[in-house]
Design a protein. Structure first.
Length: 274
């Protein structure tokens, strides 16, 4: 009998010292200094890209504009295109932390929606910088490719999380859980990116939080009953099933003894509302 597979989180191996709950004051200070330097280098890179062009700008010039040595630049970034995205590593850690700390009975799709909000908060924290970065990524193919690679990391993280709530070994006919997990993760990321681009094109103006909630509501309506809505047990059997008489006057429900109470109550409620 196959058992549900817990999500493997290889993306989380890159956690910074700031992600732990019991880190020392020294490690927190070091993490803050690291992020401050990354942002300083990113600001210098964006200034030079905007004034003299991406292709004409060198790493040495970026380091000089930031007032540091070339080797300092390479301690923080591997290339000049990577320098324009200083916060993604830390944001990925925060998004993973949201998944790790999810309440046991929360719909996993809701958890993923909360997790990706960390990305939006990163952009919304500095609207002017985010708008300028968006303009540059639209003009420079190398930066656009870097942005796409960053988005893919979030999508992989969320897909693994959703897959962790299904039996990954059950790929028999009629079992669409693994497919649903991947499609739903992509839908959450796509909804987020749609709202983000619209907000950036508007100059970083508007209530992006409410726009994001509206987009997620559409995703939940489409996928919510399939992911986390009806937990299955080994063999693909549902936790609870309902049957009704032809005149709908009698409703009979059969539930497994290991079915979560929240799922049993949900099934009863849905049956009575039919």
């Amino acid at each position: 009998m196959s058992q549900p597979v817990k999500a493997t989180r290889t993306e989380r191996t890159k956690r910074t010292p700031s992600s732990g709950g019991g880190e020392s004051a020294g490690s927190r200070r070091a993490a803050a200094q690291r992020l401050s330097m990354r942002r300083k280098l990113a600001a210098a890179a964006m200034e030079l890209f905007a004034t003299q062009g991406y292709e004409a700008t060198t790493v040495d010039e970026i380091a000089a504009r930031a007032g540091v040595a070339r080797r300092t630049f390479f301690r923080h970034f591997r290339s000049k295109e990577e320098a324009i995205f200083p916060d993604h590593d830390d944001t990925l850690v925060r998004a993973a932390a949201v998944l790790d700390a999810a309440p046991p009975h929360e719909n996993p799709l809701d958890t993923v929606c909360r997790g990706i909000k960390e990305v939006m908060r990163m952009y919304a924290a500095s609207p002017a910088v985010s708008v300028e970065r968006y303009r540059l990524t639209r003009e420079v193919p190398a930066l656009r490719e870097r942005e796409i690679a960053s988005v893919a990391r979030y999508e992989r993280l969320f897909t693994r999380y959703l897959l962790g709530h299904f039996d990954e070994g059950a790929h028999h006919d009629g079992d669409d859980d693994p497919l649903l997990a991947e499609v739903a993760a992509s839908a959450v990321v796509t909804a987020h990116n749609h709202v983000l681009r619209r907000w950036l094109r508007a100059g970083g103006q508007g209530d992006v939080e409410s726009q994001l909630d509206h987009a997620f509501a559409i995703v939940r309506e489409t996928f919510g009953t399939g992911i986390g809505g009806r937990p299955a047990v080994a063999g693909g059997r549902p936790a609870a099933t309902v049957s009704a008489s032809e005149d709908d006057e009698v409703v009979v429900m059969v539930a497994r003894t290991d079915a979560p109470l929240t799922e049993v109550m949900r099934t009863i409620k849905e049956a009575l509302q039919r």
